[in-house]
Design a protein around this ligand. Structure first.
Ligand SMILES: Cc1cc2nc3c(=O)[nH]c(=O)nc-3n(C[C@H](O)[C@H](O)[C@H](O)COP(=O)(O)O)c2cc1C
Length: 404
């Protein structure tokens, strides 16, 4: 295998590997971006800028935990707190000058529903040395109140219009970053393609209310109202490992409907296996935010090493041969054979006798599991092959076999 098996073409640009920082706090300034660039990231999408810098509330991050471990995060942070001028006159030229030559820098920008703003911003960004531009039409909080972000991204006409307008202002490749906060993402993706998008990024965060402090009946994350005393919160954007199933769904739906447009997959990627899942449903590059915020830029080492070793083990010669590999196997429910003769089977050596599967199957399943000699045993006559025992088993003790 060649030494650059992770290299991939995306929107007319060669990336040395598919791993990019998504537009978020890890790309807030040159200090962050250059550190990531030197550690080997393929590229970065800068924190989104608009005409006016942002002043955010405090606090602005909330967390979803399971047994102490964070599995999802939400944020009520808006866009870059630095001015457009600082980015275009100082920061982007500095990053382009000091980052390794093969590091790809993508500018991220947002404007209102009027096309002129997008054309003007794209013209300005084109003069900075950026390699491509991502249009943020997907921020789910704050921006929609100003008729920006997901307000635009939920309306195919506006998406087409602003994409066309941005294309008018630049020759750089344009990525349109889509929102998952829609019933069907395909018409939106098609609108972006009609507008001239060179690529699509999916997904931005999922609109959410992360939780309530029940002692004080206060929604989270706790922020303050205008009087600086009373506590309030607002709906935010949910991200991290818990949203990977949503990202995979949206990316696969776009890839199936629009096979010719490259997709940058985003949402809950925290290791090389999650990255490979996104590649297999059609993503050509991968963007990461939460995992970097939680574990740091150095995860790039495991991402590249893990993906390379996997490709070697499976005989994939290039990333192109991994992209979309699982897509033909996503079909309709109607096309599935009903009740194939599959039943659960307990791997005795792994079963600890915890009874979790027995309880689940008794009350949520087909009453098909009993304890015998300290281990779970499946009654194949009763087992319906639903998979609930596999879901609740913490010991990797369930496999599926053809029923006798
Ligand atoms: C604190 C925070 C700020 C973000 N700011 C932006 C932004 O300015 N522009 C943007 O396009 N996406 C923004 N995002 C969304 C991320 O780029 C990404 O789409 C999302 O978090 C899903 O990826 P993840 O699960 O890897 O975090 C932000 C996310 C977080 C957590």
């Amino acid at each position: 295998m060649s030494s650059n098996e992770l290299e991939i073409e995306f929107a007319g640009i060669t990336f040395k590997n598919p791993f990019l920082l998504s537009s978020a706090p890890p790309t807030m300034d040159p200090r962050h971006i250059l550190r990531a660039a030197r550690l080997g990231w393929g590229g970065a999408v800068m924190k989104t800028v608009t005409e006016e810098p942002t002043v955010d509330p405090r606090t602005r991050l909330g967390v979803l935990r399971r047994e102490g471990k964070a599995i999802g995060m939400n944020n009520i942070e808006l866009l870059s707190r630095e001015s457009l001028k600082t980015w275009t006159d100082d920061w982007i030229p500095k990053i382009k000058q000091e980052a390794p030559k093969d590091f790809i820098f993508i500018a991220s920008m947002m404007s209102g529903p009027e096309p002129e703003g997008w054309t003007a911003l794209a013209e300005t960004m084109s003069q900075t040395g950026a390699d491509a531009i991502e249009l943020n039409v997907s921020c789910p909080h704050g921006s929609p109140e100003k008729h920006m972000g997901a307000f635009i991204g939920q309306d195919p006409k506006l998406v087409e219009g602003v994409t066309k307008a941005a294309k008018k202002g630049t020759d750089l490749p344009i990525l349109v970053k889509l929102t998952p906060n829609v019933t069907d993402i395909v018409p939106i993706a098609k609108a972006a393609e009609r507008g001239g998008a060179d690529a699509l990024s999916a997904i931005n965060t999922v609109e959410s209310l992360i939780g309530i402090d029940i002692e004080t009946a206060t929604p989270l994350p706790i922020a303050y109202g205008k009087d600086r005393k009373e506590q309030f919160s607002t709906y935010g954007g949910f991200c991290g490992p818990a949203i990977k199933p949503l990202g995979l769904r949206f990316v696969s739906q776009i890839a199936k409907a629009l096979p010719d447009i490259p997709i940058s997959g985003i949402g809950g990627i925290e290791n090389w296996t999650g990255a490979t899942e996104y590649l297999m449903v059609g993503a050509r590059t991968l963007q990461i935010c939460t995992a970097v915020m939680w574990y740091g830029f150095s995860i790039i080492k495991d991402l590249t090493k893990g993906l390379s070793s996997f490709m070697k083990r499976k005989g994939y010669k290039s990333l192109d041969s991994v992209v979309g590999k699982a897509l033909p196997k996503i079909t309709t429910w109607t096309a599935l054979t009903k009740l194939p003769p599959i039943v659960a089977h307990v791997i005795k050596d792994n079963c600890t006798g915890c009874k979790d599967c027995v309880i689940a199957c008794a009350d949520g399943g087909y009453v098909a599991i009993q304890m015998r000699d300290g281990a779970a045993v499946i009654n194949e006559e009763k087992c319906d092959g639903c998979g609930l025992c596999y879901v609740v088993c913490r010991d990797n003790a369930i496999e599926f076999i053809h029923a006798r």
